[in-house]
Design a protein around this ligand. Structure first.
Ligand code: HMG
Ligand code: MG
Length: 305
């Protein structure tokens, strides 16, 4: 089996996880969550979103979160930005990495950011060149790559087209999102293969929601196509407020446990991720869905780190 030696885990729990929680968390709790994830060795953490607080109140105050998170050497902190106003907020808060987002289906994009796909690119053109000029790293997300909650099936060509446009617009990396967790591994292999023909595979990342239990199988399919950057959320927190039925992201514990079990390095300390998830479970007052969090380490395997 062709597999990479190392995978970069992008922790999106503080953003993609908490954006969908009914219980609002204090800035202190959000900062503490990020600091615990950082202490666990996660190399990249998406700490918040500079979106409209009217649309997503859970992400209000992301400036303060970004400012207060401990800046461990080598740690990359990223924030979600939908438009120029969001970029200005991110810049004022000292962001060095931003992530823009659009979709492969028009209906989802309209509900998520009140814009057509073309309009989202017009918005990006108003700040991405400047962000790059300031030396910021820019990630791009494509949502609904494997299916849309409003339109159903999404053609693979459409995903390749949007991902290519994001790279042309200045994105260093493009994360391919299964927003509502409908992808099957064969579909991932097919799409990753097509994307790999259009773009360098080093620019690709995958972002699976685990709604129907296929996220880990989908990761394996992506790794076999040469993709080595994988998004996940501690505890399996998550969901998109504008994607009905979208439940948690792939859990960081489950991802790291599987990768370590296959001998793939991540630099992540699983016990540390578990601590971060336990603390946030306590704050949210509900059990999180991560299988590893529920089961613990395999007998005789320590914490799997
Ligand atoms: P709009 O209403 O069309 O925009 O929203 P607008 O320009 O007319 O602005 C409306 C109000 O919002 C104005 O305030 C603006 O100033 C303000 P008012 O004059 O009414 O007082 N505003 C802002 N405030 C703070 N920061 C900003 C900002 N922009 C405008 N950046 C907008 C358009 C994009 C703002 C809105 O639709 C929005 O914020 N959407 C965010 C939706 C969101 O966060 N979704 C979840 C993240 S995406 C996701 O989860 C998918 C992903 O995980 C991948 C996957 O799984 O597929 C990434
Ligand atoms: Mg997501």
């Amino acid at each position: 089996m062709k597999l990479p030696l190392r995978v970069t885990v992008v922790e999106v729990g503080p953003r993609d996880g908490l954006q969908n929680e009914a219980t609002p968390l204090s800035i202190e709790d959000r900062v503490a969550f990020c600091d615990r994830l950082s202490a666990a060795g996660l190399p990249v953490i998406e700490v918040g979103a500079f979106v409209s607080p009217g649309w997503v109140p859970q992400m209000a105050g992301s400036e303060e979160v970004l400012r207060r998170v401990k800046k461990r050497p080598g740690l990359r902190l990223s924030v979600l930005v939908p438009n120029r106003k969001g970029f200005e907020r991110a810049r004022a808060a000292g962001a060095r990495e931003i992530a823009v987002f659009t979709a492969a289906s028009e209906s989802f994009n309209r509900r998520n950011i009140n814009a057509t796909i073309d309009e989202s690119f017009t918005r990006f053109a108003a700040f991405v060149p400047e962000a790059r000029g300031d030396g910021l790293r820019v990630r791009g997300y494509v949502s609904t790559c494997f299916g849309c909650p409003y339109e159903g099936a999404v053609p693979a060509e459409r995903v390749v087209e949007v991902a290519t446009r994001l790279v042309e617009a200045g994105c260093d990396e493009v994360s391919i999102g299964d927003t509502i967790g409908v992808a099957a591994p064969t579909q991932v292999s097919d799409l990753a293969g097509r994307l790999g023909e259009a773009l360098p595979v080093t620019k690709l990342a995958v972002h699976f929601h685990d709604t129907r239990g296929t996220a880990l199988a989908n990761v394996l399919a992506a790794l076999q196509e040469g993709i080595t950057v994988v998004d996940s959320a501690a505890g399996g927190l998550g969901g998109c407020p504008y994607a009905p039925g979208a439940s948690g992201n792939l859990a960081t514990e489950d991802l790291v446990s599987m990768l370590h079990g296959m001998g793939i390095e991540t630099g992540v300390d699983l016990a540390g991720v578990v601590q971060a998830s336990r603390a946030i479970e306590h704050r949210l007052g509900r059990a999180l869905p991560s299988r590893y969090l529920q089961a613990g380490p395999a007998p005789g395997q320590g914490d799997g780190s």
